[in-house]
Design a protein around this ligand. Structure first.
Ligand SMILES: [Zn+2]
Length: 450
């Protein structure tokens, strides 16, 4: 990634979780802060990374020593592992892969990378939605948690034990970090829902936007773009890295960007917002592919006939070998121009989604609004160059034609919208009082005294 301008601090990031591709080394990226301005932790004016020692619970609703629930929020005041320091040159690319220091630097670098991508598309600084109470994000390495999550003022990156006994750290999983930071970006832009949500689609929208934020951010790794083109030769509907997006260990973030789920599946109701997000994410992924193919056709890189056959691939899977061999030949002739077209597509989608998100509101939000807003934004950005593609991608999913049915089961633990992620100090539910003795024990535990 190079956004130009100014001295940068180097980090090494894995574009995809290393357990998926152990053979691929991390990529060196530059974060737009001059060397010497990112302090130990790492830390800067936006966030700081810590690895707490002896932290009894995740943030959010936690349980006291006698099981009384309480709202646990940053800061962590107990002991931490030594903060990671930059090398003598001010960079963080000297840390050995596999060390605890690398993990901390990777988490910091990945969060800053995602923020930088989206601040560029949004045209300004993303203000944390928790800025009333905390000026910086507390990002924690917290192995007891088998997940990664964000909440009011924090992000926790846990770890997962694979079936073979190996450990996969979420702090090394760029897709997951991008997804979680995506949630924070949406809160910053459209606010945290309060009280009763009027529209069911809000829940699916949050998950879809988080996936989209991560997917577009990951296309800023040079090695990711090269790998994607090498694997597909530009035939993005084919099985590839991008639509096996966020393939990982937890149920929370596994979704296929390239899916064929439509709103018909939710007409009579839904019970999981991750499932409900799929038609919207699918429509946006299809649009990305369509925009890319339009650019390829305009530049004479593929024929209109091949693009049309590709559009019809769901109905005519027998076209696949013809399409792939056409892409193989075209890509071999002019690989650099395919690369330029993909970057241009990525940036169009980034700006279009950023402008769309800015114009949405957390109340009364429907997928139909997202589609209509995207068409309006495309009108402003390009004079309506992709209007037809947007309409077709959303319409194919039934968006705007089929309304989302009611929530069928009460939200459970896995529901992010009702989870600790949206708890704020002012709006937390009333919790029972804690006895003096329990309070005393708890404050000892939170100070890391055992
Ligand atoms: Zn999520």
């Amino acid at each position: 990634m190079d956004f130009g301008g100014g001295a940068r601090t180097r980090f090494r990031l894995f574009p995809q979780a290393p357990f998926l591709h152990p053979e691929r080394p991390p990529e060196i990226v530059g974060i737009s802060s001059p060397p010497g301005t990112i302090g130990p932790g790492p830390s800067d004016h936006r966030l700081f990374v810590i690895a707490p020692v002896g932290k009894p619970d995740s943030y959010g609703i936690a349980e006291g020593p006698f099981s009384t629930p309480y709202l646990s929020l940053p800061p962590w005041r107990g002991p931490i592992l030594p903060p990671v320091r930059p090398g003598l040159d001010g960079h963080f690319d000297h840390l050995p892969v596999g060390s605890p220091e690398f993990l901390q630097a990777h988490l910091f670098g990945a969060i800053r990378f995602v923020l930088e991508v989206w601040e560029r598309y949004l045209g300004g600084t993303i203000q944390w939605h928790f800025a009333r109470h905390f000026d910086r994000l507390e990002a924690l390495i917290y192995p007891p948690l088998d997940n990664a999550r964000v909440g009011y003022g924090y992000m926790e990156a846990g770890s997962h034990q694979n079936d073979d006994g190996t450990i996969a750290d979420y702090a090394l999983n760029f897709d997951v970090i991008g997804h979680e930071i995506g949630h924070l970006i949406i809160y910053s832009l459209i606010g945290v829902p309060r009280g009763i949500i009027e529209q069911e689609d809000y829940f699916g929208f949050q998950e879809s936007a988080a996936d989209t934020a991560a997917l577009i951010a990951s296309l800023h790794f040079d090695s990711m773009v090269d790998q994607l083109l090498a694997d597909t030769r530009g035939n993005l509907y084919a099985m590839n890295e991008l639509n096996r997006f966020a393939e990982l260990t937890t149920n929370d973030q596994i979704r296929m960007a390239s899916n064929s789920v439509t709103m018909a599946e939710f007409a009579f109701g839904w019970d999981d917002e991750h499932d409900l997000s799929e038609p919207l994410t699918g429509a946006i992924f299809d649009l990305l592919v369509d925009v890319f193919q339009e650019i390829l056709v305009e530049r004479g890189l593929i024929t209109r006939q091949i693009a049309e056959m590709s559009d019809a691939i769901r109905e005519r899977p027998d076209y696949e070998p013809i399409i792939q061999s056409a892409f193989d030949a075209a890509f071999a002739r002019r690989p650099h121009r395919f690369r330029d077209a993909l970057i241009e597509t990525r940036d169009y989608m980034g700006v279009a989604m950023a402008e769309t998100w800015k114009r949405l509101s957390a109340q009364f939000l429907s997928y139909d609004d997202v589609g209509r807003m995207l068409i309006a934004v495309d009108g402003e950005l390009t004079g309506g160059r992709y209007r037809q593609e947007i309409f077709e991608c959303f319409d194919w999913r039934g968006i705007g034609r089929i309304r989302t049915g009611p929530r069928l089961a009460p939200p459970d633990e896995s529901s992010h919208a009702y989870s600790t992620r949206t708890l704020e100090p002012e709006t937390a539910p009333r919790l029972p009082a804690m006895s003096f003795q329990e309070q005393a024990l708890l404050s000892k535990a939170l100070a890391g005294v055992r």
